[in-house]
Design a protein around this ligand. Structure first.
Ligand code: B12
Ligand code: SF4
Length: 508
C-alpha cells in the first residue's frame, strides 16, 4: 500500500518561536514501513497546499493520513480531506493524533463522507492492522481498535507493546533544516517517555494516555540521539525526567557515547527540585532551555488548576534553575475572568522575575476536565480560536480590552526577552547561525508584533467559521463520563518505580 502522511500547516506559535518535526507522524510512518508499506510524508508547516496536491497526483497514495494534534488545524484538515476525496475517490482518508482522538465524531460529521476513519490513540499500535483492512475489506474498518468510522466504532485503542520499538523514520521529513526552537536552529525532536502521572484539569496528556507513564530504555534513547544529525534537540516529554534513575541513566549513556548537543525540555517545578542531580547532569551535557509550567502565581490559582504544588515550591524551583545557568521560560495561564488590575499585577510580577514568561489563555479542550465542566459556557466554537491565544470563554472585560491587556502583557515579556542586553547576545548567536546558513532564528526575532496584535486577535473572532466544535451540554456530559482515550491504568502503573510513585502520591 502507498501511504501519504500529512502534517497540517503552522499555528500561531509555529509562525514565530519554533517549528518542530512531526515526530508522531514519523513514528507512525516507521511502523508502516516495517509493515512493508511505501510511505511518504509532507509537512505543511513548511510546504504549501499546492505541493501537497502535486505530491498526491505524483505518488497516487492508497491512503492519506493526517495528523491532528491541534484542534485549530481541524478546518484545514477537513478541507484538504474533501479536496482529496473529490479528486481521488478511491483513496482512503484517515485522521489520527491527539485532538482527533477526542473529537472523532465531529471530524466525521464535518468531513461529510470525505473522512473514512479517525484512528484514536497511539497510531503505531494499529496502523498496520488498519492498512490491511483498507487493502482487503474496507467495510470492516470499524472493527480495528481505536477506529471510528461512519459505520461504527472499534474497541478501545491498545498501547504499543514496547515503547522501545516506537522509532521515528526521520528520513521521511524532507526539509529538516527548517525545524528550530529559539537559537537551537536546526533542531530535531526526541521522546524519552510518554504520559504523565499528574492530573491538571486543563490538560489532556493524562486522559489521552490513560494516566499511564512509560519510559524508553536508556540505551535505546542514547542510540536514537546518536543517530540524529541536528545539533539542537527538543525533548517532547510532557514532564521531562520525572524518574531520577531514568534521567541519570540516559544522561550517563549519552556522556559515555560522547554525544554533544544542545537541549530544550519541559518539566514541573517540583520535579526539578526533586531530581536536582539529573538536571545538573543534563546542564553539563548541553541543556540550554527549560520550560516550566508554573501556570499561576498564587495558591488559589494552583488549586483551581489542580496543579498539586505550591507557589513556594515553584519559586524555589526557579531559583534552582537560575543557579544552573539555563534559560528558563515559564507559563502563566490568564483566566478569562481577569480584569485590568489582575493583568497589571501579573505584568509587575513578570517584570520582577528574570525568566521569559509566556502568557496563555485558559481554554477548555476536549479531553480535559475543564471541557467536561464548562463546554456549555464557551462563546465561540470556531476551531481556529482553540489555540490558547484566543478567549473562547466569556471574558469579564470587553473582548477588545481583554486582548489589549493580554498583548500588552505579552509585549512586556517580548521586549524583556529581546532587551538591549539580550540583543547583544542575540546578535552574536544570529551571526553564528547565519554563518551556518541557518536563518529560522533570525527571522523569528522581528515577527512578534505582526502576529501578536490585539486587532488581529479580535478580527479572528469576526471570521466566518465553516466548522464549529460541537460544544453542547450533551457532549460535555458524554465527555465527562469517560475522559480517557487509552484505558485508565491503576495508580501503581502510572509511575514505574516505587520512589517516584511515593513522590507523586505525596503531591496529591
Ligand atoms: C511539541 C509540542 C508542541 C509544538 C508543536 C510542534 C509540532 N510541529 O507539532 C508546539 C510547541 C508548537 C505546541 C504548541 C501547542 N501545544 Co503542544 N505539544 C507538543 C508536545 C510537547 C509533543 C508532541 C509530540 O511530538 N509528541 C510525541 C509524539 C510521538 O506523539 P504525538 O505527536 O501525539 O503522536 C502520537 C499520537 O498522537 C498518534 N498520532 C499522531 N499523528 C497521527 C496521525 C495518524 C494518521 C495516526 C493514525 C496517529 C497519529 O500517534 C503518534 C505516535 O504514538 C505535546 C505533548 C506530548 N508529549 O505529546 C503537546 C501537546 C500536543 N500540545 C498541546 C497543547 C494544548 C498545545 C498548545 C495549545 C499550547 C501548549 N500547551 O503548548 C499549543 C497549540 C498550538 C496552537 N497554536 O494551536 C496539548 C494537546 C491538547 C489538545 N487536546 O489539543 C499537548 C498534549 C500537551 C498537553 N500536555 O496538554 N505543542
Ligand atoms: S503536570 Fe503537565 S503534563 Fe501532567 S497533567 Fe499537569 S499540565 Fe499535564
Amino acid at each position: 500500500m502507498k501511504l501519504l502522511l500529512v502534517h497540517p500547516g503552522p499555528l500561531m506559535y509555529t509562525k514565530i518561536f519554533l517549528r518542530l518535526e512531526p515526530l508522531g507522524l514519523e513514528i507512525v510512518g516507521e511502523a508502516a514501513r516495517r509493515g512493508g508499506h511505501e510511505v511518504r510524508l509532507i509537512d505543511l508547516q513548511i510546504e504549501s497546499h499546492a505541493d501537497y496536491h502535486a505530491l498526491c497526483a505524483a505518488f497516487e497514495p492508497n491512503v492519506v493520513a493526517f495528523s491532528c494534534n491541534y484542534l485549530a488545524n481541524i478546518p484545514e484538515i477537513v478541507d484538504l480531506a474533501k479536496a482529496t476525496k473529490h479528486k481521488f475517490a478511491r483513496t482512503a482518508i484517515v485522521v489520527g493524533g491527539h485532538s482527533a482522538s477526542f473529537v472523532p465524531d465531529d471530524l466525521l460529521m464535518h468531513g461529510q463522507g470525505a473522512i473514512d476513519c479517525v484512528l484514536k490513540g497511539e497510531g503505531e499500535a494499529a496502523i498496520n492492522q488498519l492498512l490491511a483492512v483498507i487493502a482487503e475489506d474496507r467495510s470492516s474498518l470499524h472493527h480495528v481498535p481505536g477506529a471510528v468510522t461512519p459505520d461504527g466504532e472499534g474497541p478501545r485503542p491498545g498501547f504499543v507493546k514496547n515503547l522501545d520499538d516506537s522509532r521515528p523514520a526521520r528520513h521521511l521529513t524532507r526539509h529538516r533544516r527548517n525545524y528550530f526552537i529559539g537559537h537551537l536552529d536546526p533542531c530535531a525532536s526526541i521522546e524519552f517517555s510518554r504520559g504523565c502521572p499528574w492530573d491538571c484539569n486543563f490538560c489532556s496528556a493524562w486522559t489521552f494516555y490513560g494516566r499511564s507513564y512509560r519510559i524508553i530504555a536508556p540505551q535505546v534513547a542514547a542510540e536514537e540521539l546518536a543517530g540524529i544529525a541536528e545539533p539542537g534537540i527538543f525533548i517532547v516529554d510532557d514532564v521531562a525526567f520525572i524518574q531520577e534513575r531514568h534521567g541519570l541513566a540516559i544522561g550517563e549513556a549519552v556522556a559515555r557515547r560522547g554525544i554533544r548537543k544542545e537541549y530544550y525540555l519541559e518539566t514541573r517545578g517540583d520535579v526539578l527540585l526533586r531530581n536536582k542531580e539529573v538536571f545538573r547532569l543534563w546542564r553539563d551535557l548541553g541543556l540550554r532551555y527549560m520550560f516550566l509550567g508554573i501556570e499561576a502565581i498564587d495558591e488559589e490559582g494552583l488549586r483551581q488548576f489542580r496543579k498539586r504544588t505550591s507557589p513556594g515550591k515553584n519559586f524555589e524551583a526557579l531559583e534552582f534553575a537560575r543557579s544552573l545557568g539555563i534559560i528558563v521560560a515559564i507559563n502563566i495561564i490568564a483566566d478569562c475572568d481577569w480584569d485590568e488590575a489582575r493583568f497589571a499585577t501579573v505584568r509587575q510580577w513578570c517584570l520582577e522575575v528574570p525568566e521569559v514568561v509566556n502568557i496563555s489563555v485558559n481554554t477548555p479542550y476536549p479531553g480535559t476536565e475543564i471541557w467536561s465542566e464548562r463546554a456549555d459556557e464557551v462563546v465561540n466554537r470556531d476551531y481556529r480560536l482553540y489555540d490558547i491565544q484566543h478567549a473562547v470563554l466569556p471574558t469579564r472585560l470587553p473582548l477588545d480590552r481583554f486582548y489589549a491587556e493580554l498583548v500588552k502583557t505579552q509585549q512586556v515579556m517580548n521586549r524583556k526577552h529581546l532587551g538591549f542586553a539580550g540583543l547583544r547576545n542575540v546578535a552574536a548567536i544570529a551571526a553564528r547561525l547565519a554563518l551556518r546558513g541557518q536563518t529560522n532564528f533570525i527571522k523569528m526575532l522581528w515577527k512578534f508584533n505582526s502576529v501578536y496584535d490585539p486587532k488581529l486577535l479580535l478580527a479572528d473572532h469576526a471570521r466566518a467559521a465553516s466548522y464549529q466544535i460541537a460544544a453542547s451540554r450533551k457532549t460535555a456530559r458524554r465527555a465527562g463520563a469517560d475522559l480517557y482515550i487509552h484505558a485508565p491504568r491503576d495508580r501503581r502503573s502510572r509511575v514505574v518505580d516505587a520512589a517516584t510513585e511515593r513522590f507523586v502520591a505525596e503531591t496529591r
